[in-house]
Design a protein around this ligand. Structure first.
Ligand SMILES: NC(=O)c1ccc[n+]([C@@H]2O[C@H](COP(=O)([O-])OP(=O)(O)OC[C@H]3O[C@@H](n4cnc5c(N)ncnc54)[C@H](O)[C@@H]3O)[C@@H](O)[C@H]2O)c1
Length: 352
């Protein structure tokens, strides 16, 4: 498997996106986001996605030059129409808008509709935490991305509907919780498939509704289970409510939209300016105290240590920015075929 630096991954993505028709500013936002996700340890939302995004540009699913537009606004809320542009461009625009509203009014709330895959939610709430806000992002993944069975069901009815939350901590640190309300994000199953690995127990059902460890069974009409295993009703309820917060308030349509051929990452982004509630420095220090307090818990059998939310990604960033990121051969070969197709090899220089 070739190993690449974050800057190399970003450069390949940027050149491919521009060659496929993205304006440079949009290409830069998406490429930086994808490489950043690999560095954060989320390969499922990193370089592997460039293959999907280029295909979707070709199919006219992603409109690479579409710009987000504010269609409804008060000092506190806004509704943003992404016009089916890159989800990352819409999410960055909305993050900047929600932070601005929170700084001016104490609270900001932005609903986003008609946007394609916005990637790793954590990246967007991290922007709010860096600006001294506490933030929550609900993202529905309806339409074609109805991949999950409700608790007790055997067929796809819900998206993987992730929720991300962040709080700033001391020394530029932060606490970030960011995960799908399904047992796994679809991208994770894609990585297991690309690497030829078996799935952990409890992730999927096959098309007959039987538990399976074979990633191909999911792509053959199976369904992802809600997070929580035997108490999966909790993951299911969170997924259901995320569908409502994300799809209904953005007016992206009846949440499941079963007939839709494509996905819109309808979302609701909330940011609170911490300084309005008390001194930011004191809250940051208490966030870090809470993280340390949890970390100091003696580990249970089978565990080395307790982590706080977001610690894994911060550690991965420190390590991978030094060591680089391994890209599985299947992904690398597909990306290199695109590099050849768009004749951008010369712009990329020496590659592994
Ligand atoms: N755009 C979309 O439509 C979409 C859909 C689903 C998921 N996603 C993204 O996929 C990514 C992966 O999702 P996932 O559900 O596989 O997440 P995951 O299972 O990898 O969990 C990640 C979260 O759990 C925390 N975590 C991990 N191990 C921990 C530990 N031992 N102790 C404490 N905290 C720990 C991490 O810090 C992070 O907040 C997320 O970034 C999510 O935003 C996007």
């Amino acid at each position: 498997m070739p190993k690449l630096k974050g800057e190399q991954l970003e450069k390949i993505c940027f050149q491919l996106l521009c060659a496929a028709g993205a304006p440079e500013d949009h290409g830069r936002i998406v490429a930086e986001h994808l490489a950043g996700n690999n560095l954060a340890g989320h390969d499922s939302h990193g370089f592997i996605r460039i293959i999907q995004y280029i295909r979707q540009i070709k199919e006219g699913v992603i409109l690479p030059a579409a710009k987000p537009e504010i269609v409804r606004e008060t000092p506190v809320i806004a509704q943003v129409d992404g016009h089916y542009g890159f989800g990352q461009v819409v999410a960055k625009f909305s993050a900047e808008l929600v932070i601005d509203k929170a700084k001016k009014q104490g609270l900001g709330c932005v609903a986003m509709r008609r946007l394609r895959h916005l990637g790793r939610l954590g990246a967007w709430v991290e922007l709010a935490a860096k600006a001294g806000c506490a933030a929550i992002l609900f993202t529905a993944t309806g339409g074609q991305a109805l991949l999950c069975a409700p608790f007790g069901g055997s067929k796809r009815r819900l998206g993987t509907n992730p929720i991300a939350m962040a709080f700033p901590g001391e020394n530029e640190g932060m606490v970030v919780s960011d995960f799908a309300t399904s047992a796994a994000a679809e991208g994770k199953i894609r990585v297991y498939k690309a690497r030829g690995h078996k799935l952990p127990d409890g992730w999927i059902l096959d098309k007959e509704g039987r538990p399976s460890n074979n990633p191909n069974d999911f792509y053959d009409g199976g369904a992802i289970l809600p997070v929580g295993g035997s108490v999966g009703h909790k993951g299911y309820c969170l997924a259901f409510m995320t569908e409502l917060f994300g799809s209904l308030l953005s007016r992206d349509g009846f949440p499941p939209r079963p007939g839709d051929k494509q996905m819109s990452n309808s979302s609701l982004f909330l940011a609170l300016d911490i300084e309005r509630f008390g001194p930011l420095a004191a809250v940051k220090s208490e966030v870090s105290m809470m993280a340390n307090y949890a970390k100091e818990t003696p580990p249970a059998d089978g565990f080395d240590q307790v982590l706080f939310p977001g610690e894994k990604e911060a550690k991965s960033r420190r390590e991978r920015s030094k060591t680089g990121v391994e890209i599985e051969d299947e992904t690398w070969n597909q990306v290199m075929a695109l590099v050849k197709e768009y004749r951008i090899g010369e712009k990329l220089g020496q590659l592994p």
